[in-house]
Design a protein around this ligand. Structure first.
Ligand SMILES: [Zn+2]
Length: 298
């Protein structure tokens, strides 16, 4: 069983998660995050009553013990993510709250992902999010699930959401990051762009928050709330910068409708030779990735 002694001297999210996984080789999935927090010297997990915040951490200067606070009434998945986030603040001694002894984390902080930010508060929030994502979706198990699929699909995002007991958005973000294909997932609400997650190969997305989703999108005609749509070709110039970056030969979109007017749109860029004839149809995503890498090394 992992203890805080095992984590001594480790100050990065990935380092901490690596050590936890090493000490807990049989960690259950979904990860029992509350038990894990209690095991790592969190004394209690209580309801947060301060308005406007998602979570909090009460601790002392020496971090001998901590108490995690979670906003009342949130979904189980959001609660799990917040506990992971606050646990990270507790485990990294460099994470210091503006007010002595108490962290309060809001929704904006929970969406901060730039671990290289010069702003120390944004950086701490990004690290805490990174830790929460990594511990709830341990990379070895997440990769295994993604690599077993032949194609990137929003159906897999739903599978990750259920398998790891994380929110659909947390699942989408991790799915995009680990996917060997060139993909992005746009979060839309009421037909408008909210935000997007893309992997580094994917070109620059030209939509900004509040922009209408392009009229050509399947989003405007798709009605099946229960299932992700089929993949359909779309015109890349409505979505990405096709001039500044590299040319996009073919793009496909897929839609997943959610509740409260939310939807996810997966955009996928195909490589030129995949576009015409798919000679690699029987390969797994991992094999395709290795093959495409080999092509660049030639
Ligand atoms: Zn925080």
């Amino acid at each position: 069983m992992v203890t805080r002694l095992d984590l001594d001297g480790t100050y990065s999210p990935i380092g901490l998660v690596g050590k936890i996984l090493k000490a807990e080789p049989n960690l259950k999935i979904p990860v029992p995050i509350e038990d894990l927090a209690l095991q790592l010297d969190i004394a209690e997990i209580k309801t947060l009553t301060t308005e406007g915040f998602e979570g909090g951490l009460v601790t002392d200067e020496t971090r001998s013990v901590g108490g995690i606070l979670v906003k009342a009434g949130v979904s189980r998945q959001r609660r799990r993510f917040t506990i992971g986030h606050e646990l990270c603040h507790f485990l990294i001694p460099f994470h210091k709250p503006p007010k002595t002894g108490q962290f309060l984390c809001d929704r904006a902080g929970m969406r901060s992902w730039d671990v290289k930010s010069k702003n120390s508060s944004k950086k701490m929030e990004a690290e805490a999010n990174r830790f929460a994502s990594l511990i709830l979706m341990p990379p070895p198990q997440l990769r295994q699930l993604i690599d077993a699929k032949r194609y990137a699909s929003l159906t897999t995002v739903l599978e990750i959401h259920q398998h790891f007991d994380v929110s659909k958005e947390a699942a989408a973000r991790a799915f995009v990051e680990y996917n060997p294909e060139t993909i992005a997932i746009i979060i839309a609400r009421d037909g408008k762009f909210v935000r997007a997650y893309k992997n580094i190969q994917f070109p620059w997305i030209i939509l900004n928050t509040g922009d209408p989703i392009p009229a050509i999108s399947l989003l405007h005609s798709y009605r099946d709330r229960g299932h992700a749509s089929d993949s359909d070709s779309t015109d890349s110039e409505y979505w990405v910068d096709t001039y500044g970056g590299r040319q996009v030969s073919a793009m496909y979109e897929q839609i997943l409708l959610q509740s409260n007017g939310f939807a996810m749109i997966q955009l996928k860029v195909l490589q030129p030779d995949e576009d015409m004839y798919d000679a690699d149809a029987d390969l797994t995503a991992k094999q395709r990735y290795q093959k495409s890498q080999a092509r660049w090394r030639r």
